[in-house]
Design a protein around this ligand. Sequence first.
Ligand SMILES: Cc1cc2nc3c(=O)[nH]c(=O)nc-3n(C[C@H](O)[C@H](O)[C@H](O)COP(=O)(O)OP(=O)(O)OC[C@H]3O[C@@H](n4cnc5c(N)ncnc54)[C@H](O)[C@@H]3O)c2cc1C
Length: 503
Amino acid sequence: MADSVLIVGAGPVGLTMALELARYRVPVRLVDAMTARANTSRAVALWPRTLELFARAGGGLSDELVGLGNRVTVANILAGDEPIARVELKDVATPYPFVLMLPQSETERVLVRHLEALGVSAELGVELEGFDADGEAVSATLRHADGRGESVRHGWMIACDGAHSVVRHHLGLPFEGDTLGSDWAQGDFHMAGVPFPVNEFATYWHEEGPLVLFPMGPDRYRMIVGLGASDEASSRAAPPPVETFQTLLDRRGPGGIVLRDAIWTSAFRINERQVAHYRAGRVFLAGDAAHVHSPAGGQGMNTGMQDAINLAWKFALVHRGLCTAPVLLDSYDPERRAVGAQVIATSGRLTRLATLKNPLARHIRNAVMHFALGLPPVQHVLEGNLTETSIGYEDSPLNGVSWQAGARAGARVAPREDEAPYGAGDTPLFTLRAGEGAGPPPAGLFEGPVDPAVRPNPAAGGIELVRPDGYLAMAVADGEWERVARYMEALGARPPAAASPSP
Ligand SMILES: Cc1cc2nc3c(=O)[nH]c(=O)nc-3n(C[C@H](O)[C@H](O)[C@H](O)COP(=O)(O)OP(=O)(O)OC[C@H]3O[C@@H](n4cnc5c(N)ncnc54)[C@H](O)[C@@H]3O)c2cc1C
């Protein structure tokens, strides 16, 4: 087992991690303490960038998810009857120009099925109790639901064990940040009388707190409400009765909406925390184990899934001996920690903006947001943030040179619908894109994990090297094939025939 990876936690992030590693032919063991999967909806938004990245897994994964969910293309902000902003997801170049509303339980079910198609099952009722990691491997103690103990030794461990991560505690890694002093409630309801179409969601700003309605289907909605300051005496709020949701809807919403029945309700407090390091030697952290934040913007689960996708291709290259440079695995922490910090900051700002109490501040907020969100450039920035298509790795240690203005190393390269997604298949390959003037690469120049098929570069020429997760690694002028080869050499790239799995 020393060459395999132990993934702790089979929530959406652990499932994504296992799926990505397994399809890249890395042996994994996936365990979870829960004895049965939750069938509650929890996180309901899948953003375009996540769907783009899932498409790389093949098997029609993204299309299957899209077929099950509801596509939302418009975000409205209102204060009572007064419209403040209307943001349409229309300018983003993506095969998935919408936010997909799908219960987390459904997303997990689809991921489980795709993982099983690769021969990997999540082992439920298996809890990680403790572990020791040295320079060679990770020795772990597992406890099965029937009380049986098991000692295992794996080459690596990836902690996808959620916000209360046992692995993070065991490593003594600080989870720095705060718990906000307000209570929130949410629920999925069947509703009648909602005055906007099923492809639009609405946030109502109100002096008592915000109310958000996400359409999950023709008459099913996720409702989130701020309940005001927390009662310090109780450590955890309980969800209010359905009648309270109806009362809040009547007071803060547009009026005339009737809650027919509740499918699921819950209460929560907002934590804004991030672990100081996403890696400790042979142990990595991903998802809620590494970062938690306000659900405003609905990015928690998506950010965690993208952690997993970022790590998997790097890990597979190193594990299979196709790249040997330490910088590859070392880049996971700075790349994803920067994204996590950005998500915490943005979702925190959105939450604070929505919960302003002072009447003058609220008045100014409404006027400023009405003006600013009416400006196309501001809408464009917001769209990029929400859809996660503007996320990039501009300060990554993996970035090579950037040849021309506009195509900076670390930026997302939008996938094209008429091409296979970057990073598809069973080996994570870099992709070359070149204009007609670049000429063909010298024979035998690229022996490492680079796709031999050079794709056309529809931009202004030059040669681009795209990472297996669809971000630009480097860009050089026409003819500079040697510089690209040097970049791959710096990653310790080796031809598949010469590669041997790392211990
Ligand atoms: C009630 C609720 C409502 C939510 N609503 C929203 C929402 O509206 N929007 C949003 O964006 N997000 C929401 N979230 C958060 C969202 O569900 C998480 O961001 C997402 O699930 C994170 O995925 P994860 O895989 O990192 O962690 P989790 O889904 O927490 O999965 C961690 C897994 O690790 C397992 N585990 C833990 N310890 C061990 C151990 N020692 N050994 C083995 N297994 C272990 C757990 O059993 C669990 O299955 C909600 C969460 C909850 C609980």
